[in-house]
Every structure is written in C-alpha cells, then in structure tokens.
Design a protein around this ligand. Structure first.
Ligand code: SF4
Length: 445
C-alpha cells in the first residue's frame, strides 16, 4: 500500500520522514536516488536534461512548476512531470514539500502569492495523484487520511471553522444533521432514511456525499494545514536572526518560477514579480470610458462605475490580453504587492466616482466594498491578499452588454465598428499609435 505521506506530507508518516532528513546543506548536492526514481518512472521524458531534478532543491522547484505550468501553459507537457505521480518519489517529495513551505514562510509569509501558489499546488497535486489510483485504493487512502484528520466519528461543523472562513470549503458542500457533519453511509441512513420517500437512501447518499465530499474535505483540510504550517514558519522566522541560505535560495527560485511563468504567457511582470510601469493612456480610451470619466450625471451611475469602469481600468492596466490569452488570473498574479491597484486603479475609480452627480460615495460609501469585490477581493472594505479569491475579478463588459445595460454610454466612433469590447478598442488604439505590437483578437466577454 502507498504511504499516506504521498498524499498528505503533514501526516505522522510524513513528519517521520522529515525527522530522519539530513543536513539542509546537502540538499543542493546531486542525489542519485532522486535521479534514479525519476528516470525509471513510466512515461517520464528523459530526453530533456532540464526535466530531471538532480537534487532536493530541483525537485521542490519542479513540484511547484508542475502546478503553475499546468494552469497557465497551453503547451504543458505532462511527461516532463510524470515522476511526481510515482509513489516511489514519496520520501523525496515529502522533504521537498517541507522545504518549499519553509522557504515561502521565511521569505514571503502566509499572505503572499507564493504562499497561495504553494497551498493551491498542494491541493491540485493531491487531487491529481488520487485520480491515478483505482477506486478501491483511493477510497482506502482517503479513509485512512480522514480518520487521522478527524479525531471523532461525529464532527461538528464548527470543526471546519478555519476552512470555511478561508472559503476553501463552503457550507453547502457539507451534509449536516443537528450541526454534525455526516460522512459515512450508516450515519446518513440513521439521520435521513425516514425523510427519504420513494427513493433508495443508498443512492441518495452516493449522490450527496459518496467519495467526492470525503475527498473534498480531506483535500481542503490538508490545504489549510499547509497554510497554517507556512504561517508558523513565518512567525518563527521573525524571531530568528538569519534564515538558512538554502531556504533563501529556494525562495528566490520559487519567485522566479511564478514571475517567469507570467512573463512567458504575456503578463508584464519584472524579474522580482513587480509589475512594470505601463501607465494607462487615456487618449486610447473608447468613447464610453471617456464618458464615465467626465462624470455620470444620470441613471446607471453605480453600474457604470462598479460593473463597467472598474473591470475596464483594472484589466486595461494589469492584464489587457485577457481575452486573447483566455487564462484566468487573479489580480495578485499580475500585481503581486497590489501596489498598482492601490496607487493607480483605485484612485482612478474613486476619481470617476467623485465626478458623478451626486458623487457616488457621498450617498453610498458602502459601494467601495462592491468595487473591491469586482477586483476579486470579496466583500471587504479594503483590498487584502488574504481575501483574494472570495469573489472573481470581473472581466470588462462587451459592447453588446454596454448597449443593453448602459445604453447612454455607447456613442460609437469609427474604431468601434471593428471591435466587440471596449478593452479591444483600447488595445487597438495603442497598437495604432505604436505603443503595443500584438494581435489582440480573442473571446471577448
Ligand atoms: S461600441 Fe463599444 S467601445 Fe464603442 S462606445 Fe460603444 S461600448 Fe464603447
């Protein structure tokens, strides 16, 4: 049987591996055992030396790179990462997991994009690894892991407070009876069979809970524990004088993986993950956006600022290629420190809100929360990385939608004839003026 540490590196078995691990300084030395597992993995591409990790640091970088490339790279090649799905990699993989968490915790802390990428990558890796097992093995592994994560057979929903409040899990994903989470079939039948009429309770159980809810809970709990571990490392590192240089070296590599990935797929991100200055050019704005900037004097004020203008300026400034790339990103993927959001985008949106008659926040200050929500930071009064993902980053409205919902804004000029979205108008105008050089056709919303 595969070790549970292959799925959950934070398990007792995983922690045992870490206790036995050697000196950190040896982790950048060539490791024949790692290479051996990798090159003997079925379907692993060994023709490209770059695909083969030679030591623990390489392995840690590959572990994260798999997730980033799988998510963003249209030419992602699974065979370059097959070794991650070979259970014989477990011992080395567990150590690389701890190295990554420590490097991220020491250098970036728990509310960073690096931390988020690490936690999400762990979630995806567990999911992908489990999907490669037979149903029986998968069930057995999930049961074993869940039993160790949930100390009691009957678990109150409050047990999941952290996961629920961080939105890793939603209440509607769970089936409850008097506040207890129902996970096994016997409990389900005991609680609900009398209420189920003319249906087979077994089938209803499989439909509502079955393996999928158990796997989801297990996955989210381990993601939360990964985040907690990064937080603990971060807190501890603040009390220490000098972090281990190996961890700093790995942290640098992690940052490069994220930044290189964004650069390769068309984002304007510098080597340190900082967004290069690409100020908005108001001369290239379409007529509808110019009208909003002049101030909304009639109906549609709130929608014009919140639903139309905020998505337009944020994408125009941070990710103008959204429709062509067709890759979903979060604001922090392209503005890691949120400095552009804080210093450019929000002031522009607030300025447009101020121009309205009456000024938007004068009678409805609570609408600032809605603006943050449209940028992907949930319903909160400030934009904060820890809330990112609670809502989605709205893409700019198409011309069709503008004409339908905000008809007073649409005063087309001759460029409008050739585009379907105000963002495409902006890009086209920049291109015509020589400020950009791409073909920006895409699936416009
Ligand atoms: S056609 Fe599109 S870009 Fe032009 S004014 Fe109307 S909504 Fe704006």
């Amino acid at each position: 049987m595969v070790s549970v540490a292959f799925i959950n590196p934070l398990s007792v078995e995983g922690r045992q591996v870490v206790r036995e691990m050697g000196n950190l300084d040896s982790f950048r030395e060539e490791n024949g055992d790692i290479i051996n597992v990798v090159i003997h993995t079925r379907s692993q591409d060994i023709s490209d030396e770059e695909s083969i990790p030679h030591n623990y640091l390489d392995l840690a970088v590959k572990r994260l790179e798999w997730y980033i490339k799988k998510r963003n790279d249209p030419n992602f090649d699974y065979n370059k990462y097959s070794f991650l799905f070979n259970y014989k990699i477990t011992r080395f993989d567990v150590i690389s997991f701890y190295l990554l968490c420590q490097a991220v915790g020491v250098k970036f802390g728990p509310n960073s994009r690096e931390s988020r990428a690490m936690v999400e990558s762990q979630g995806k890796l567990m999911e992908s690894r489990l999907s490669e097992f037979s149903r029986i093995d998968r069930e057995e592994l999930i049961k074993k892991i869940l039993d160790s994560l949930l100390n009691d057979e009957r678990v109150k929903w409050t047990f999941f407070e952290d996961i629920l409040s961080s939105h890793k899990l939603k209440l509607e994903d769970l089936v409850m009876d008097h506040g207890n989470i129902i996970l096994n079939k016997e409990d389900f039948i005991e609680s609900f069979s009398s209420k189920i009429q003319h249906r087979d309770p077994d089938k209803i159980y499989n439909m509502m809970i079955g393996d999928k809810v158990k796997e989801l809970i297990m996955n989210r709990m381990i993601m939360q524990k990964t985040e907690d571990y990064i937080y603990k490392v971060h807190q501890k590192s603040r009390r220490e004088i000098e972090p281990n240089p190996i961890l700093l070296e790995l942290a640098e590599k992690v940052s490069n993986v994220l930044s290189e990935s964004f650069t390769s797929y068309g984002y304007k991100v510098g080597v340190n993950g900082e967004v290069k200055a690409a100020p908005l050019n108001s001369n290239a704005f379409p007529p509808c956006v110019k009208l909003v900037l002049e101030g909304m004097k009639s109906g549609g004020r709130n929608d014009a600022i919140i639903l139309f203008f905020t998505p337009f300026v944020s994408y125009a400034r941070l990710y103008p290629d959204v429709f062509r790339k067709n890759v979903t990103v979060k604001v922090s993927d392209v503005d890691p420190n949120l400095s552009v959001v804080q210093n450019e985008i929000l002031p522009l949106v607030y300025g447009a809100a101020e121009q309205c008659t009456p000024p938007l926040f004068e009678d409805q200050p609570q609408e600032k929360v809605n603006i943050n929500a449209k940028l992907g930071f949930g319903m909160h009064t400030t934009v904060d990385l820890k809330h990112e993902g609670e809502s989605i980053w709205y893409t700019p409205m198409s011309c069709e939608k503008v004409k339908l919902h905000l008809p007073s804004l649409c005063k087309p000029d001759k460029t409008c004839k050739r585009i379907g979205n105000p963002l495409s108008y902006y890009i086209r105008k920049l291109w015509e003026s020589g400020e950009t050089n791409g073909d920006h056709e895409g699936n416009e919303e």
